[in-house]
Structures are given as C-alpha cells and as structure tokens.
Design a protein around this ligand. Sequence first.
Ligand code: KG4
Ligand code: ZN
Length: 350
Amino acid sequence: MNILGIETSCDETAAAVVVDGKQVRSNIINSQVAKHQPFGGVVPEIASRAHVETLPDVIHCALEQAGLGWEDLDALAVTRGPGLASSLLIGLCAAKALALRLRLPVVGINHLQAHLYSIFLGEEAPECETLGSAIILLVSGGHTCLVRMNQDRTFRLLGQTLDDAAGEALDKGATLLGLGYPGGPAIEKAAAGGAVDKRLFPQASTFKSGVLAGGLDRKLCFSFSGLKTALRYYLERHPDVVHNGRLKDVSASYQEAVFNSLVARVACAVEKEGDIQMLACVGGVACNKRLRNKLQDLANGLGIPLALARPEYCTDNAAMVAALADSRPIGHAAGPDAMDVVPRLSLMDD
Ligand code: KG4
Ligand code: ZN
C-alpha cells in the first residue's frame, strides 16, 4: 500500500511516501528552525504561516521523489495531535482537501504513536517477528515516555515525565548556557570533548515505588525541572562559565545528568517487566550520539538488541506518520468530515 503522510504538528513541515509501512520512498522535511531562532523557541503564529506557505511544495516534492503520481496513492495519513492547534490544522485541512479530491481514505494519526513506529522504518529496521517485547524510550521536545511494546505491536504506557520533557530540559538548559535554539543539538556540540563532573548536578535520582493517578509506577516516571533549576543556581554561582573555558565541561555534565535519568529508568523498566527482548529509543533526543552510546552499553550489558531509528526518522517527520497508518484498517477510516485536530492528545488515545 502506498501512503502519503503529512506532518505539521510543530515546526517541521513534512510529507513522505511509505510503501507497506516500511519502505520509505521519500521523506521531505522542511525545518523552520531559522524562522524561530531569533525568538529562542517556536512561535505558533510563525509556524502555522510557514506550514501554509511550504506544505504544497513539500507534498509535491514527496510525490516526485517517490516517483509516483496522485493516482498511485492508496491512502493519506495526517497527524491530528498532539501539537500546536494552528499548525495541526494546516496539515489536516490539506489532507482533507486531497482526500475529497482524490477520493482516498484519510487516517488521523497520533504523533506520539507515530514516533514509536519510526523504529520500523527502513531496511535495517527490526521485523515484527523479531521484535518480541520491547521497552521504547520516547524522548522529544514535548514528551518523555517509557512504553512497553509487544510482538503484535500493542503497547502500554509504563511511565512519563511529571514536569519537563527531556528535550525541553536540554532546550531550556541550552538557553541558560547561552547556546541558542534548538538546545539539544547545541548542547551536544558544546559538550564535545567536555569532562563530566557528576558532582555538579543531581544524578538519576529515582523516585520511591508507588502508584500514581493513571496507574503508572512512580519509579518509572521522570522529573527534569529540578535539574534545570540546579543548572540555573550553578550558573548564578559561577557566572564566568561561558568565558573561562568550562562551558564544555558544564554542558557535558548537564547533558549526562539528563541522560543518566533516562537510562536509569529504562533499566528499571526492563527489570520490572522481566520478559523484555529489545530496547529502542525514538524522538528528537534519540539523535544524540552520547544517549545512543549509553543505551547501547545498557543493551550490551543486558544481552539484548537495541533498535535506533536513523536520525532523520527520530526528529519530526511524515514517514513515521505514514508507517503507523499502514497498520490501521484503512477501509474503516473515518470520512474527512469526521476528523478534527486534538492538540492535547495523549499517547494512549487513538
Ligand atoms: O521529536 P522532535 O523532533 O519534536 C517533538 O515532537 O518535540 O524533538 C525535538 C527535540 C528538541 O527538544 C531538540 O532539542 C531535541 O529533540 N534534539 C536533540 C538532538 N536533536 C534534536 N537533543 C539532543 N541531541 C540532539 N542531537
Ligand atoms: Zn515529535
């Protein structure tokens, strides 16, 4: 099945054609980073305007690069949440218009669930049969979740952040360090060659066991706001960090503290579940080489494989949106009129 995916939930305008949920024929991503950079974060009004301006070209480009015409498409898939309402609307309206014109079904996709499906993209991706039961760490700019996925690709939320997301902690940390936006890649670059000092920031302090509202185990939940505050206080006490050559050490130490917190909970989830056969990490923060290495070390220690999507499938993209749609009963997709955006959609909502 040839599915055209459309993704406009935040500041990337993306379209992709994916065949049978795995083979990526095109994956076009128009990043708006340069437009938001002067403001130090995503400005919703600028984002939606940029989606309007670039989405038609991005879609044409995706079809052209896939070597397909409109008539070759079997279905459309579009992110309907979570995300910025005004940005989501642009993709949804485009998908609805195309669905009506081309008489194709359109599948509304949960962006967080689409991130989980990024591990199935590309030739090197694990096959369903080899997946077994997996722990997937989803780390993006707005979300940090621990998920158990079973062989049949059903999944369950095990833990999530109680305050900031990991990407948000890096983005806010980078702002405090004067490294600019987006913070994750900026901190990774600044941290290169830096020495990690574990005494600078709180290390992976895990919560005591206990059940939270929604049935989540407290031990598998994350908190990053204290870490960010610790960095702020550290910089207040050492205002000369940026100029005295210690920026790389402080960046490396802060980044390491964020990742230690992530890796500790992945290890905890593996132990708690007891039958885990694979680890995986998805979302923008999964591009980070240090995090990838730390997870690889954990997987090696556990003697199980680690599935990591290629970086272009980790950050926001439409290939993962199309891949998830392929697993849905397309014939029963709701008509375009019935679909709306849901900016606060959560991981387990369809
Ligand atoms: O998944 P994503 O593209 O968008 C959301 O759905 O939020 O994730 C964006 C997040 C940002 O916080 C960004 O700083 C982070 O991913 N990120 C990184 C790297 N590349 C992107 N964090 C650490 N290292 C990177 N190389
Ligand atoms: Zn995302």
